[in-house]
Design a protein around this ligand. Structure first.
Ligand SMILES: [Zn+2]
Length: 446
């Protein structure tokens, strides 16, 4: 049968063709005038997404276990100073703080308010903070877990660096004033792992030391640990060579009972232990978190900690069963770092980035990530108690607000420039704030 279109049928066909052409048109280089409207539409939807915070240090300011190390004196970047008035907005939102500054007189109000809430709410205090911010769960990257944190809401990520420091560390301590703060705390951490294993001293032979490491990882996993974390960039270069076991064993036997190791010997030993730890992360299905960014303290060595130093590890097929999470996303090298997420078992975490940068700039970094490997990026706050007045609470607030705004803005631009549809944008938002991280811990967290 011959089919002839009537004029209105042609109209329907042409309209459909032109709208499908729009879908397949090339993306534009500038957002259109609709970008603000799209942002206003996306932001409330982004706010409704329950968050999985992939990296934080929850705890009260007087709790020494919020980290395995302590902050040395040093210059904080502009937005990370406790003089940041955005933190006033945080205190108002979370506690109804009635003042517009943190003068010592006014700050007393906040300290007292938190003390009252802590007393009346008990162990629910920090869970209630998460509820206020629509955070479903927050990783507690802590030396040890605290009884006042609900483990269902705060899955534990423990520290694994201390196993790399079993010898006399006087040479390392003398490197700079920051190491004088850090290294005794690593020694303390190792001592706590030994106590947990009922050891008074490191095992006499190397095989015993390796089995002590493995059993500690297993025990921490039994105690609820979902991942191990390295902050090794604070102590030494993150370039790891590949020494044979025999060499590491000889060094261990030489120094386990005393003597200050030569710097090269210590480094080689640590290179072996680091690789052993991450291999165990593969065997135990225990993801490996690595601090991969600039750090606190004026002696932090950025070039030694360059995330690209880890490329030989991340792209090594022997570690393909290990899930790596690059904490802080290599910042300020996040543009390069995202390409490491091409490796199927490597993920990025944006904690610290959304605090160190204002949303105007964070938006650009996040957009580049969303445009590259959107299914491999995860959100974190790096919430941490600033001081006795400003705690992890305000820090959570600032991280969450900044990330939601930066995310909605990045996605609004991408929609306006014809890169993604609005529904795809929301799917990416769910991935970044929640789903991508949850996939990593399948079966271990809800
Ligand atoms: Zn941290």
């Amino acid at each position: 049968m011959k089919f002839r279109c009537r004029w209105w049928q042609w109209f329907v066909i042409l309209t459909a063709a032109s709208s499908s052409l729009m879908v397949f048109a090339q993306a534009r280089p500038f957002p259109g005038p609709d970008v603000q409207q799209i942002y206003q539409r996306l932001l409330p939807q982004v706010e409704k997404i329950p968050i999985f915070d992939h990296h934080a240090h929850p705890g009260f300011p007087d709790d020494p276990d919020v980290d395995a190390m302590a902050a040395p004196p040093g210059s904080a970047a502009l937005r990370e100073r406790d003089s940041n008035l955005e933190l006033v907005a945080a205190a108002k939102a979370l506690f109804g703080y009635p003042y517009n500054d943190f003068s010592p007189e006014h700050a007393k109000w906040l300290v007292q308010k938190k003390a009252e809430l802590k007393k009346s709410q008990g162990n629910a205090y920090f869970s209630n903070i998460l509820d206020k911010l629509n955070i479903e769960r927050s990783v507690a990257n802590r030396a040890m877990m605290a009884g006042y944190l609900d483990p269902k809401r705060f899955p534990w990520v423990f520290f694994a660096d201390a196993f790399m420091w079993p010898f006399d560390n006087q040479q390392q301590r003398s490197r700079n004033p920051d190491e004088q703060v850090y290294i005794p705390l690593q020694e303390k951490m190792l001592h706590r792992w030994m106590q947990q294993a009922q050891l008074n001293r490191p095992p006499a032979d190397f095989a015993g030391y390796l089995s002590f490491i493995s059993s500690t990882l297993e025990e921490n996993q039994r105690r609820g640990g979902i991942a191990m974390k390295f902050e090794v960039a604070y102590f030494r270069s993150t370039k790891f060579s590949n020494p044979p076991r025999q060499q590491a064993e000889q060094i261990y036997q030489h120094y386990v009972n005393g003597g200050v190791p030569a710097a090269d010997d210590y480094r080689i030993f640590q290179d072996y232990i680091f690789r052993y730890l991450i291999s165990e992360g593969g065997r135990l299905h225990l993801p490996v978190h690595i601090h991969s960014a600039v750090g606190i303290g004026d002696y932090f060595n950025i070039s030694e900690a360059n995330i690209m130093n880890l490329e030989n590890i991340l792209r090594d097929p022997r570690y393909s069963a290990v899930t790596f999470v690059m904490i802080h996303g290599g910042y300020p090298l996040e543009r390069e770092a995202i390409w490491l997420a091409a490796v199927k078992n490597v993920y990025m975490d944006s904690s610290l980035m959304e605090i160190a940068m204002y949303p105007s700039e964070f938006k650009n970094s996040l957009k580049q990530w969303l445009e590259t490997f959107p299914d491999k990026i995860t959100f974190g706050t790096d919430a941490f108690p600033y001081n006795d007045v400003l705690g992890a609470e305000e820090s959570y607030w600032l991280g969450v607000q900044s990330a939601r705004q930066g995310l909605a803005a990045a996605l609004a631009e991408m929609v306006s420039m014809g890169e993604v549809s609005e529904s795809k944008a929301l799917e990416m938002a769910h991935g970044y704030l929640h789903d991508n991280a949850i996939r990593i811990y399948e079966g271990k967290v809800q």
